[in-house]
Design a protein around this ligand. Structure first.
Ligand code: PNW
Length: 463
């Protein structure tokens, strides 16, 4: 075995979760209803009719979960706040009981020497705001900025890293175009408006938060993918350009260059007149950022399918406005339980591309991890060798990217705990720690032990 691969001093060894996926306590502390409560309680949307009412009961068990993190040597914890816990009606003063929960969680983290890394929005929109039109309506960008600034002024004495949104692509296109996620709408023009209002809300929120506290760090988390054509045909290459536009450049360009890509606007013009993009919006979105969070899971390899056509109400659901001819091609590689091909090199490509095309900007992997079937064994352990291998290979790729000059400052594994995997309910397990949903018993998996050793060494073993 060669020399171990050491990470730079101060590298963040993190784990990530999200409010609706772990908290439970859905009817406690004055929490309002979210679009995910409504969606999961509506038949046919989630695996076996499951929901997040109890989830991992983190709302009550957070001290135990923070102790687990401390035991694993976690240095940074990425979690999200539930907007309907803090503003049950979607506006107005913060709900004291909701604020108190996050305040206690943050204190517990700081006492244990763990840096809180907050996401203000990881998909649980107050249902009342959806009833006022949700993300497709412009007013919501202002509602989000109001929520963000109120939470920020209440907690920025102790929270120094603020992320506005998690994966706006999923919010806009799984939520409003494909309908696989809450609120379950299938309306391509609405989804494109949602995408823009998410970006606008981000810009308004960062500008306000920075005005009141210029020294904290502000950023956003995107899910980014390498997008490759399956063949070198002109049609497949054009498809890859279009999907790269929707998936990656739609967010990166306005955030980091202050302009939507012209080719993306041309691609979606058959679907929308673009009147929702007003003068000055791109400038508002283009706030200076202190970091960019990257969620990486897999690569898109694409081929054109059926004739492309402009979406009409009643069409087959597709999350790709203007590009519903997109077909994912399998290379026959090993996959995770999500069906996603395991492709560590793709992470390196994403990181290098960001550095090359959009840098310099400090980067963090804010999610990466693997769903695999694992259960507590007779010996009391959970032996998830596939996950250990997956994480090792992705961390090595990250290490090589740093050696090549990429400014990667940390890595958050998805996830601390097995949890509510959205439309797939509790059927997919991503945790470093196993959760028994009957007893709420937590068991550290082999991958958790691997993480502890790697974090302690600030290094991973080479191949
Ligand atoms: C992310 N896709 O979601 C989320 O941020 C997490 O909450 C989630 O648990 C995790 O990844 C695992 O799924 C994604 O279809 C959902 O490409 C869907 C996709 C990607 C990421």
């Amino acid at each position: 075995m060669g020399e171990s691969m050491r990470f730079p001093d101060g590298f963040a060894w993190g784990v990530a979760t999200a409010s609706y996926q772990i908290e439970g306590g859905a009817f406690e502390g004055g929490r309002g209803e979210s679009i995910w409560d409504r969606f999961s309680h509506t038949e046919g949307n989630v695996f076996e009719g499951q929901n997040g009412d109890v989830a991992c009961d983190h709302f009550h068990r957070y001290p135990e979960d923070v102790a687990l993190m401390a035991d694993l040597g976690v240095t940074h914890y990425r979690f999200s706040m539930a907007w309907p816990r803090l503003q049950p009606d979607g506006s107005g003063q913060l709900n004291p009981a909701g604020l108190d929960f996050y305040s206690r969680l943050v204190d517990e983290l700081l006492t244990n020497g763990i840096t809180p890394w907050v996401t203000l929005y990881h998909w649980d929109l107050p249902q009342v705001l959806e009833e006022q039109g949700g993300w497709p309506e412009r007013d919501i960008a202002y509602r989000f900025a109001d929520y963000a600034t109120k939470v920020h002024s209440a907690l920025s004495d102790r929270i120094r890293h603020w992320t506005t949104l998690n994966e706006p692509w999923c919010s806009a296109f799984l939520g409003y175009a494909e309908g696989r996620h809450a609120p379950g709408r299938q309306d391509h023009p609405a989804a494109l408006r949602a995408a823009h209002h998410l970006m606008l809300g981000h810009g308004l929120a960062v500008a306000e938060m920075r005005r009141s506290d210029p020294d904290a760090d502000y950023g956003i988390t995107l899910n980014l993918f390498p997008v490759d054509p399956a063949t070198d045909s002109a049609a497949d290459e054009d498809l890859a350009r279009r999907i790269d536009g929707l998936m990656n450049r739609q967010w990166l360009d306005p955030l980091l260059r202050g302009r939507y890509p012209d080719d993306l606007l041309d691609d979606v013009r058959p679907v929308t007149d673009l009147a929702h993009i007003q003068d000055g919006d791109e400038k508002t979105i283009n706030q200076p950022l202190d970091f960019l969070g990257v969620n990486y899971y897999f690569r898109h390899v694409l081929s054109v399918g059926e004739q492309q056509r402009v979406w009409q109400p009643g069409d087959e659901p597709s999350p790709w406005p203007g590009s519903s001819d997109m077909i994912s091609v399998s290379r026959g590689w090993p996959t995770t339980e999500m069906g996603w091909e395991i492709d560590p090199a793709g992470l390196g490509e994403v990181l290098r591309r960001l550095q090359r095309d959009y840098g310099p900007i400090p980067l963090y992997v804010t999610e990466n991890g693997m769903a695999c079937p694992d259960e507590v064994d007779e010996d009391g352990g959970v032996h998830d060798a596939d996950r250990v291998d997956y994480l090792q290979r992705h961390f090595r790729t990250a290490h090589r990217a740093i050696a090549d000059g990429v400014d990667l400052r940390g890595y958050f594994v998805w996830s601390l705990l097995d949890n509510f995997e959205w439309a797939l309910g509790y059927s997919k397990r991503f945790g470093l720690v196993h959760c028994d949903y009957e007893t709420q018993r937590r068991t550290v998996k082999d991958s958790g032990h691997w993480f502890r050793a790697a974090a302690a060494a600030n290094a991973v073993e080479p191949d």
